[in-house]
Design a protein around this ligand. Structure first.
Ligand code: PSV
Ligand code: MN
Length: 431
């Protein structure tokens, strides 16, 4: 997806908002559904799933609301797309009003806090921070931007010292704003790599990355959690400097305290067992985080769908106690990384959130003790069938709806969005 090209910052705008309350429609259907789930999985499990959903939070990216979707095929921007960081905050704030579970917006330093896409601007950060306060939303993960102008020979691995220095400084700057204005979270993704065998020295390239990371890390407060994202391909087609979780793990270890691995669903080869990666990282006590999305071909950055892998991933997270843990320090970081093309931005992000909730509920319904017993008894197919009763065969929509209603929200945020009239307002305002 060709989304690493543009900087956006601009003027303030404030569309009016609507507060939406829960509705009684379909309550009977929801209650029947809850009863059936209770019969199969027990009341305790169903209540636990509702509680998990009420506590679950996920960060949404500023870039989902912008004008991606250009590129070679038609250059289409859907009506009402946000034109600058302030409009993105308006939209993120509205999504939080509808869902009650997205109190933070992730930002990209050179997309959101820069006039030229080259230098970050502290004044813009301060202004954006104030605006977020007005809109009752917070800044979440800060993403230094390593892929705009000047990085065609890499960022942290560039053979040009000046370029490396510029990106190291931006990373340190990102760490400062994560601490002062954000939630102490810095997430790093590097476009570094190569197109052809022989183009670069692979060992030297890795060592430059490690050195630049160490130099940045030394100057970043240890309160700030740093997550290093890996990606098998793009823009590098022959190699990327951090291609897999192993590389990300080694780099995190060599930096030290409070550094971990960021898993983006779309950044793997086909068929990889992502839940197993989760299990290993949890077992090794490695800090972790997710960029949720759905992939079909490659790094498609599509909306999250409630597919089976998503529920299996959540099962490992729930079992490992790194999600919805009352001791917040133990929780991994959960973010959606999604960039839309032709889709309505709100439908797309609300669909993602709903899919995550459906998957989380499925994972909580698995009776861990019972499945462990089947595992001990080596009941291969019975264990698989038992697992899939919750993970793939059950309909958890009643749980999701009930949790939303109990939070005083509309049971279906997409429906609430359509009924709110917000789309019409932004289309008029953002012509
Ligand atoms: C790279 O493809 C990525 O997944 C990284 O997380 C970036 O920060 C994000 O997409 C936005 O381009
Ligand atoms: Mn990502």
């Amino acid at each position: 997806m060709n989304r690493h090209l543009k900087t956006e910052s601009g003027l303030q705008s404030t569309p009016s908002f609507f507060i939406l309350k829960g509705v009684s429609m379909n309550e009977k259907w929801i209650e029947n559904g809850i009863r059936q789930l209770e019969e199969e999985f027990g009341k305790e499990k169903v209540n636990k799933a509702i509680e998990y959903l009420k506590n679950f939070e996920v960060e949404i990216p500023s870039w989902v609301f912008g004008n991606f979707g250009g590129g070679r095929f038609g250059n289409y921007t859907p009506p009402g797309a946000a034109r600058n960081i302030y409009e993105k905050i308006d939209d993120a704030s509205f999504v939080h009003k509808l869902t009650g579970c997205t109190p933070r917006i992730a930002t990209h330093v050179l997309w959101d806090f820069s006039k030229d896409g080259i230098e970050p601007d502290y004044k813009i950060v301060e202004k954006v921070y104030q605006y977020c306060k007005e809109k009752r939303i917070s800044l979440g993960a800060i993403n230094p931007t390593y892929f705009l102008t000047g990085s065609y020979r890499g960022s942290f691995t560039s053979p040009i010292k000046e370029i490396r220095k510029r990106y190291i400084e931006q990373t340190i700057f990102g760490g400062q704003i994560a601490k002062k204005f954000g939630n102490n979270l810095l997430t790093l993704w590097f476009p570094d790599g190569s197109l052809y065998p022989g183009q670069i020295d692979l060992k030297e390239n890795y060592e430059n990355m490690k050195e630049s990371l160490i130099e940045s890390y030394k100057k970043i407060s240890k309160d700030v959690r740093i997550l290093i994202e890996y990606k098998l391909f793009e823009p590098g087609t022959y190699s990327t400097t951090i291609p897999d979780w192993g590389t990300s793990y080694i780099l995190s270890k060599s930096l030290g305290e409070n550094v971990g691995v960021l898993i983006d669903i779309g950044h793997h080869p086909h068929g990889i067992n992502i839940e197993q990666i989760v299990a290993i990282l949890i077992s090794e006590n490695m800090p972790g985080g997710f960029h949720f999305n759905t992939r079909y071909a490659a790094d498609d950055d599509h909306s999250v769908e409630p597919n089976l892998q998503m529920a299996r991933i959540f099962y490992e997270l729930v079992k490992g106690d790194v999600i919805c843990n009352k001791d917040k320090k133990k929780n991994w970081a959960y973010m959606i990384d999604q960039a839309c093309g032709r889709e309505n931005r709100f439908h797309a992000i609300l669909h993602s959130i709903n899919s995550l909730q459906i998957s989380l509920a499925r994972s909580v319904l698995v009776d861990i003790e019972k499945i462990k017993k089947l595992q001990r008894e080596d009941e291969i197919i019975l264990a698989n069938r038992f697992f899939n009763n919750a993970i793939s065969l059950c309909d958890t929509r009643p749980i999701v709806y009930k949790a939303l209603l109990e939070k005083g929200l509309h049971y279906d945020p997409i429906k609430a969005y359509i009924e709110s009239g917000y789309q019409k307002i932004i289309e008029e305002k953002r012509k």
